[in-house]
Design a protein around this ligand. Structure first.
Ligand SMILES: [Zn+2]
Length: 201
């Protein structure tokens, strides 16, 4: 596994059990440690909440006999189980509605795949391409920006796909659901999120 467990995802719910964002494990433990959040754990199809101290205690018990899908990080003298869902207890943040227009979400929407040649690349080997270049009046919107490998990007230059004779794999659209969430759903460790997410359809 190349990705550190500390960089994997945790779903954050607001007080009303509505999904508000995704953060990494590092950030999650800060929230728990400061008593800003509690862990929501699925146990025999029931959701049980734990504050940080009781989660540490539980971790020590469950680490003796780890279950598939559970991940742990090494704390000072015991193993701390990685939660997959936490709930904010102090703030009434609003649920996710519009998907933020940013690099991370654009890459996730296009599944880190160049929309011209179809090659999958890690984020640092990808760039974002204005389909209709800005010099031709192309806007910076979901519908006009795609994920593009560096090679295709330099090949296309400041031209339209037609001028460059390059075809898009699919027409870019504005996602209705946070694409980082959608991508995470393919990973079994985030299956427990499903209950808290709005239906993708
Ligand atoms: Zn490409």
């Amino acid at each position: 596994m190349s990705q550190s467990v500390l960089d994997t995802n945790v779903l954050v719910l607001n007080r009303f059990y509505m999904a508000i964002r995704v953060v990494n494990v590092r950030r999650t433990f800060t929230l728990l440690y400061r008593d800003c959040a509690e862990v929501i754990d699925n146990e025999n199809d029931q959701y049980v909440s734990y504050d940080f101290d009781s989660w540490c205690e539980l971790s020590q018990l469950t680490s003796i006999e780890k279950q598939p899908g559970e991940e742990y990080i090494q704390a000072v003298n015991f193993e701390l189980r990685v939660p997959r869902i936490v709930r904010l207890i102090r703030f009434d943040k609003m649920p996710m509605q519009t998907v933020r227009f940013n690099r991370k979400n654009l890459f996730a929407r296009d599944e880190h795949k160049c929309q011209y040649c179809g090659k999958s690349e890690p984020a640092h080997k990808l760039s974002l391409d204005h389909v209709v270049p800005r010099s031709h009046g192309g806007p910076t919107t979901w519908e006009n920006i795609v994920c593009c490998c560096l090679r295709c990007n330099s090949r296309k230059g400041g031209r339209t796909p037609k001028q460059a004779r390059m075809k898009l794999l699919s027409a870019p659209i504005k996602p209705r659901v946070n694409p980082v969430l959608v991508q995470s759903m393919n990973d079994p460790r985030y299956a427990c999120w499903k209950t808290f997410l709005p239906a993708a359809g």
